[in-house]
Write a protein that binds this ligand. Structure first.
Ligand code: FAQ
Length: 306
């Protein structure tokens, strides 16, 4: 059997049965747990609009999307469990604030257009970040990402289509779409994490083949992909310094205020307390379901022994 170093050097997959350094395992638990928590906390901003969707079609689409996010959380918790941690431990760490979730889900959804902006920008950023994770060195995480990315593509398109409809609707609808994009643009750029020179984990994670590209590289890829899409939508991006660099063939964006990211990550974003409070409440309200499932499993096991 190959050693961990041999597997990484040969760009092959590390599987749960393989020996791996403690720090590699800890990094994966941290990242996969944070990712799983993001998926389930990420259901809240959009779930907030399920009862207010403007048509049956829009409601059915949004319901399916929010359910997909729950499914992504489950794939990811299952991937983390292969590293020897239990789902209970991970949820406890989230609820106690020892593990994080993505900064983006601490912003409010103020209008229906926010649902379009989340699909287009937030799921768009998630795809750019996650497609390279399909080639992550840890097998269970990489395989989970393949399915997740397929579903995120649908999410991104539904957001684009929703915004396109609003943007080409009445003047008020166009203004609502523009306002949503103005509020979600900068936070979606921050989803990629701190700039490379302030990213504590990137160098080691790239050496281990967990991350394939740096935070800034992926952020730039997202900007280059999104600017032409904004033009197609008939909407503008709220960055007066955005300009095409002919020579480098890339879009140069204005300075990102990373103090906002650090504040949100520290717990001081507009909705941090609400999001975590809601999650803890939902977990407590679901205690009877977990107890019933455990009692049923015990009964089945006893039947099997009898
Ligand atoms: N928010 O050294 P780095 C979705 C933390 S998509 C909060 O650069 P790393 C889909 C970082 O943890 C969103 N914290 O860290 C969806 C670290 O803190 P620590 C989820 C952040 O890990 C759409 C510190 O800053 N996607 O859910 C953020 O190498 C719609 C230093 O940073 C993923 O999680 C942030 N934005 O790179 C769902 C993707 N950025 O742990 C519902 C997988 C950084 O030392 C609705 N994760 N931090 O205390 C990754 O690719 C990486 O973990 C990065 C961060 C790129 C996020």
């Amino acid at each position: 059997m190959s050693t961990f170093e041999e597997l990484i050097a040969a760009n092959e997959r590390v599987e749960p049965r393989d020996d791996m350094p403690d720090a590699y395992r800890a990094t994966l638990v941290r990242q996969i747990a944070q990712h799983a928590h993001s998926e389930i906390i990420g259901m809240q901003p959009e779930g907030n609009w399920l009862t207010r969707a403007p048509s049956l079609r829009r409601k059915a689409i949004l319901l399916a999307k929010v359910q997909d996010e729950a499914g992504h959380g489950l794939y990811l918790y299952a991937a983390a469990e292969t590293l020897g941690v239990s789902r209970e431990e991970l949820l406890d760490a989230l609820h106690a604030g020892r593990q994080k979730y993505s900064s983006i889900f601490n912003y409010p959804t103020l209008s229906w257009a926010d649902i379009g902006a989340i699909g287009w920008l937030v799921d768009g950023a998630a795809i750019v970040n996650q497609v390279p994770l399909c080639r992550c060195s840890y097998g269970p995480y990489a395989r989970a990402m393949v399915r997740v990315c397929k579903e995120e593509s649908f999410h991104q398109r539904q957001g684009f289509e929703l915004l396109h409809t609003l943007s080409h609707g009445t003047e008020a609808q166009h203004a609502m779409a523009q306002d949503a994009v103005d509020r979600w643009w900068w936070p979606s750029l921050m989803m990629f994490g701190p700039p490379d020179d302030a990213s504590t984990h990137s160098a080691q994670s790239m050496e281990w083949g967990i991350k394939r590209f740096s935070n800034d590289t992926l952020r730039q890829r997202f900007v280059d992909m999104t600017v032409p899409q904004a033009e197609a939508l008939g909407l503008t991006l709220p960055d007066p310094d955005l300009r095409w660099d002919e020579e480098a063939e890339t879009w140069r964006h204005g300075e990102i205020d990373f103090t906002e990211l650090f504040e949100v990550v520290k717990g001081n974003g507009p909705c941090n307390a609400q999001r975590l409070g809601h999650r803890v409440q939902a977990h407590e309200d679901g205690a009877w379901v977990r107890e019933a499932a455990a009692a049923y499993a015990r009964k089945q096991a006893e039947k099997g022994r009898a």
